[in-house]
Design a protein around this ligand. Structure first.
Ligand code: NAP
Length: 364
């Protein structure tokens, strides 16, 4: 297993290798953080500063969604903006500086019906931990139309930052009407001569500032009230066009394009949690404002539990809250022992939360 400590040194977790306490399998961990997006690193930072020696397991998609974002302009403290990967590196460096241990591994299973909890990984590691902070985020939603899978990597993409460069001087389609579609569509105009944004309504979901920028950009055209029904390729095996359907009239259409960038929302990365933790109808972990899931000692932060805000800034805040709650849980574990794992902590009275809010949370 590849790990790095606060000095960024890579270490092997083999016999005789030097590994900080936070990264060993034989340690009973105070807290393990799963996920390396903004929520995960912030949880790692706060847990480290609380001397909990957290182990953060990154997952296969290091940095999560922000790491495939070309530019982050709305994260406070960076008035000029910065790239998503740069921001992730800064989050990581700050967490490690205070003692968060990073493991570049992927969690395949958690066991939360017995305490200490168990975490198993794709590198056959098994960890035991007194508390868990789940920050597994979300992944792009697919169009699920013919040709999408076949042409992924051959003109179909979900990451303008990664693939935009390959479309210099080409014409592109972007699907979606939210912030991602417009932000990434604007980015793609650096390379493509023309970007057609296909949106299923005639009103954008995106924030006003992005709408204004996109509508003012003469390289961007909007195709309103339309959905993509298939993605087509040419004899070279790359994308050559899309078929569309008008959502009002049902009329079929066809558009020539060199590439299709899909931004139609996200699906929570919840594979680890089915049958183990409460999920809502969209698959988000159900956590209360204290970030508590239905199992005492298991907390959730960021887009895995957030169906409303989904911002870097809000994920950071939730990661911070989760680490503070984990610290409280560990202190009470020490003082009064383990609560019943079947007792839903979201129904516990919470100091500082008005009764009405607590009732709403309990009823959710
Ligand atoms: P989103 O806000 O959920 O928007 C998804 C868009 O895709 C919507 O316009 C939706 O149409 C459309 N859509 C959904 N399913 C579709 C389908 N099957 N076929 C065609 N169109 C479909 O997702 P997002 O843009 O990825 O943003 C996610 C969150 O991240 C949001 O909270 C957003 O504010 C945030 N974000 C913020 C920034 C920023 O602040 N700079 C940048 C990126 C993302 P409808 O509008 O008709 O539902």
């Amino acid at each position: 297993m590849s790990e790095s400590n606060q000095n960024g040194a890579q270490m092997q977790n083999g016999a005789g290798a030097q590994v900080s306490k936070g990264g060993t399998e034989d340690t009973l961990h105070e807290v393990i953080v799963i996920g390396s997006g903004p929520a995960g690193w912030t949880a790692g930072l706060y847990a480290a500063r609380a001397n909990l020696e957290p182990l953060l397991i990154t997952g296969d998609d290091f940095g999560g969604q922000v790491s495939i974002t070309y530019e982050v302009e709305n994260y406070p403290g960076f008035p000029e903006g910065l790239s998503g990967p740069d921001l992730v590196e800064k989050f990581k460096a700050q967490a490690e500086r205070f003692g968060c241990t990073t493991s570049y591994d992927h969690v395949t299973e958690i066991v939360v019906d017995e305490h200490p909890f168990t975490v198993r990984t794709s590198q056959d590691k098994e960890y035991r931990t007194k508390s868990l902070i789940l920050c597994t985020g979300a992944r792009p939603r697919f169009l699920e139309v013919p040709g999408e899978q076949e042409y992924t990597g051959k003109g179909v993409s979900y990451c303008a930052t990664c693939d935009g460069f390959f479309f210099r001087g080409k014409e592109l389609v972007v699907v979606g009407g939210g912030d991602s579609a417009l932000e990434e569509g604007l980015f793609l105009t650096k390379f493509a001569t023309n970007v057609k944004v296909i949106h299923r309504r005639d009103e954008l979901r995106a924030s006003k500032i992005l709408q204004d920028r996109a509508l003012a950009n003469d390289q961007i055209e909007f195709v309103w009230n339309a959905v993509v029904t298939s993605i087509n390729g040419n004899e070279n095996g790359v994308v050559s066009g899309v078929n569309t359907r008008d959502t009002l009239t049902g009329e079929q259409g066809e558009l020539a394009t060199d590439g299709v960038f899909v931004y139609i929302g996200h699906i929570p990365n919840n594979d680890l949690y089915h049958g183990k933790l409460d999920l809502d109808e969209d698959g988000h972990l159900i956590a209360d404002p204290m970030t508590r899931t239905n199992i005492p000692g298991v907390f959730a932060a960021g887009e895995i539990a957030d169906k409303v805000f989904k911002q870097v800034a809000t994920s950071v805040g939730q990661g911070c809250a989760a680490a503070m709650q984990a610290e409280k849980f560990l202190a009470s574990l020490e003082a009064v022992g383990l609560p019943d794992l079947n007792e839903d902590p979201r129904a516990w009275p919470t100091p500082g939360v008005p009764k009405q809010t607590a009732d709403l949370v309990a009823a959710d």
